[in-house]
Design a protein around this ligand. Structure first.
Ligand code: NAD
Ligand code: DAU
Length: 351
């Protein structure tokens, strides 16, 4: 079936992998990538699919209600996969309002426009909302986030994502908009903006800069290779049940400091440096305010109902990721200029 699909935030980290997958895998779909190209959006991520006949890029802002409505009237989308967001916790602590605008108001604008163009005829339509495990809050030493875990967001970022999830479900309940929400754990892989832990630390090790570990480094995250996340989104979009939630995770928990030690080992090998060189760059710094202790996803629902599971072993994914950043130094250089330097200085000082 021919479909017109809107992917929002398609020039960002996860969005660009999703756009590539859909454009290549579904030549009979038209994929419209809507992105504002904030500091995190980068069309370099999509160079390889730029001229494909089933791909259209639209530069625009989801917080602009009129623009969004016109775009929806122009294309009459069959499906929306919504990723556009402000996505970095540290930035949300600095500037919560930007997160409220993009993540909440932007999502509601998309819901209103969907309702308008679908005119209550929701057959074969889908609003797929991409969310995060951070909405569930923070775990102790044991236990997992299940799809039924009550929301308990702790940062301005996760609160704004939780709010957007609630709006999606409310529009399903109130107006009948067919939706699915998925909540995923920490992604890693190529094209991630170097404000997030792994690309930041890879870049710093390469440049012999210190590695700012927050607090005691004993915070735990569940890591998933980005291509496995977009494979899960594809599966859920096509085979998931409407009005359902799916948790996506890597079955792969790491304490930050253990992960950083492993990264340092692999970086020494990749850079041909003496064993133990990179680890000396570790520097414990002031903790992130309100830092969530542990995230761990129970991803058994998507595994048993849809047959999805991660395809990569973590060490294999980590080495692939390191290799990508080392082979794409120009990509990194192009985005670590003026604004990035200001952000870095403000966040980390001169370390
Ligand atoms: P990202 O920051 O790399 O990309 C976000 C994209 O959204 C950028 O291309 C940016 O230009 C665009 N954007 C921002 N504001 C916009 C606006 N007002 N209008 C249009 N476009 C706008 O983020 P990411 O890490 O790829 O995350 C994508 C989505 O997945 C987010 O919704 C995030 O909450 C969710 N998520 C991320 C992770 C993760 O580990 N990165 C895990 C789970 C869920
Ligand atoms: O869990 C999913 C979430 O994962 C996504 O929703 C977010 O968009 C994404 O940014 C990510 O959030 P985290 O806050 O977990 O990711 P980040 O890479 O910022 O940090 C990972 C861990 O590393 C966290 O415990 C904080 C720590 N950290 C991070 C940075 C940037 C440090 O110790 N030092 C740092 O400099």
């Amino acid at each position: 079936m021919n479909k017109k699909i809107l992917i929002t935030g398609g020039a960002g980290f996860i969005g660009s992998h999703l756009v590539r997958l859909f454009v290549n895998k579904y030549p009979h779909y038209t994929i419209v990538n809507l992105d504002k190209l904030t500091y995190a959006g980068n069309l370099e991520n999509l160079k390889d699919i730029e001229g494909k006949p089933n791909y259209i890029f639209e530069k625009g802002d989801i917080t602009n209600e009129k623009y969004i409505l016109n775009l929806f009237v122009k294309y009459k989308f069959d499906g929306i996969i919504h990723l556009a967001a402000e996505s970095h916790v540290d930035r949300s602590i600095e500037n919560p309002m930007q997160f409220i605008m993009t993540n909440i108001i932007g999502t509601v604008n998309l819901l209103n426009a969907s309702r308008k163009i679908w005119e209550e005829d929701f057959k074969n339509k889908m609003f797929y909302h991409v969310s995060t495990d951070e909405v569930y809050g923070s775990l102790g030493e044991t236990g997992f986030f299940h799809e039924t875990t009550p929301y308990d967001p702790q940062s301005p970022y996760s609160s704004s994502k939780a709010s957007s999830d609630h709006f999606v479900r409310a529009y399903g309940n109130t107006y009948g908009i067919p939706y699915i929400v998925s909540n995923c754990s920490n992604n890693y892989g190529p094209n991630q903006f170097p404000e997030k832990l792994l690309p930041l630390f890879i870049n710093n090790i390469k440049n012999n800069k210190s590695l700012p570990v927050y607090g005691d480094g004993k915070f735990t995250r569940d890591w998933l290779y980005v291509v496995d996340h977009v494979r899960a989104i594809d599966k859920i979009f096509h085979e998931g049940k409407i009005y359902e939630t799916y948790n996506i995770g890597g079955f792969n928990e790491w304490k930050n400091i253990d992960l950083i030690n492993l990264l340092c080992e692999k970086m020494d090998v990749a850079l041909g440096r003496k064993k133990g060189t990179s680890v000396k760059l570790i520097s414990y710094v002031k903790d992130r305010p309100g830092h969530d202790k542990r995230y761990a996803i129970d991803a058994n629902k998507i595994k048993s109902e849809l047959g999805w599971e991660p395809s990569l072993q973590f060490e294999e994914g980590l080495v692939k990721t390191i290799d990508w950043y080392l082979e794409n130094q120009e990509w990194l250089r192009n985005i670590t200029t003026g604004d990035y330097k200001d952000y870095y200085l403000k966040q980390y000082g001169k370390c």
